[in-house]
Design a protein around this ligand. Structure first.
Ligand code: AP5
Length: 208
């Protein structure tokens, strides 16, 4: 968990190199659906472009199906889900059915002004999804992905006005989950403000 731009995607990619479990990002799944023009993608696009949340019923259905895929059987790291109390309750139900327990809910904490700076300078590879930043971590060749040579672009929702709406949606709808997981004794707080390596060291030292 964490506000937009907290570093959830970047850090999940790095953690995955240490622990080879599935990294399941609802944002990435939705963007893939938008790109390939599926029914879900068509319904989700207008919410994503505005920086609002895609309705719970669509997300819950999508995640039920994703968590039943083969690679999720040996564990997974969720990125961007759950984002509302209704989604958290649906996840609890789903995990119960699967006979597994959530180990931890990790909250990456970053101030709003840092988020705006990071997201207006973020770039992503349109082919493999690698994440860059024109200020902190740019590609070696301008506009070309270091990993796969795909073209590196700016996300449609990374404009300042949409970022401000995403932040307000986060504070109103997702932040209440902090209490939800605190109550369950699952919440682990990590500062996302420091240099990437420092954040990763804190994440790697988390105990269940
Ligand atoms: P999603 O794709 O999940 O977007 P988000 O939560 O807004 O998060 P971001 O991907 O923007 O940020 P991040 O925390 O992953 O940061 P990153 O690692 O890239 O969702 C998009 C949309 O889909 C939503 O708005 C919504 O419409 C919909 N959606 C998704 N899930 C949903 C759900 N469950 N329910 C309903 N709707 C849903 O890092 C950001 C930048 O900072 C990068 O450039 C990076 O290089 C840089 N950076 C990262 N860490 C550091 C550091 N420590 N120091 C310096 N720079 C850093």
């Amino acid at each position: 968990m964490g506000p937009p731009g907290a570093g959830k995607g970047t850090r999940a990619g790095a953690v995955r190199k240490l622990y080879p479990i599935a990294h399941i990002s609802t944002g990435d799944i939705l963007r893939e659906n938008v790109k390939s023009g599926t029914e879900l993608g068509v319904s989700a696009k207008r919410y994503m472009d505005a920086g609002s949340l895609v309705p719970d019923d669509l997300i819950i259905k999508m995640m039920e199906s994703r968590l039943n895929e083969e690679d999720a059987k040996t564990g997974f790291m969720l990125d961007g889900f759950p984002r509302t109390v209704a989604q958290a309750e649906a996840l609890d139900e789903l995990l119960k059915k699967m006979g597994i327990q959530l180990d931890a809910a990790i909250l990456l904490e970053v101030d709003d002004d840092i988020v705006i700076k990071r997201l207006t300078s973020r770039r992503v590879c349109s082919a493999c999804g690698a994440i860059y930043n024109v200020i902190a971590h740019n590609t070696k060749v301008d506009g070309v992905c270091d990993e796969c040579s795909g073209s590196v672009i700016q996300r449609d929702d990374d404009t300042e006005s949409v970022i401000r709406n995403r932040l307000s949606v986060y504070h109103n709808e997702t932040a209440p989950l902090v209490k939800y997981y605190e109550k369950e004794g699952k919440l682990r707080r990590v500062s996302g403000d420091g240099p990437p390596d420092e954040v990763l060291t804190c994440l790697a030292s988390i105990k269940n």
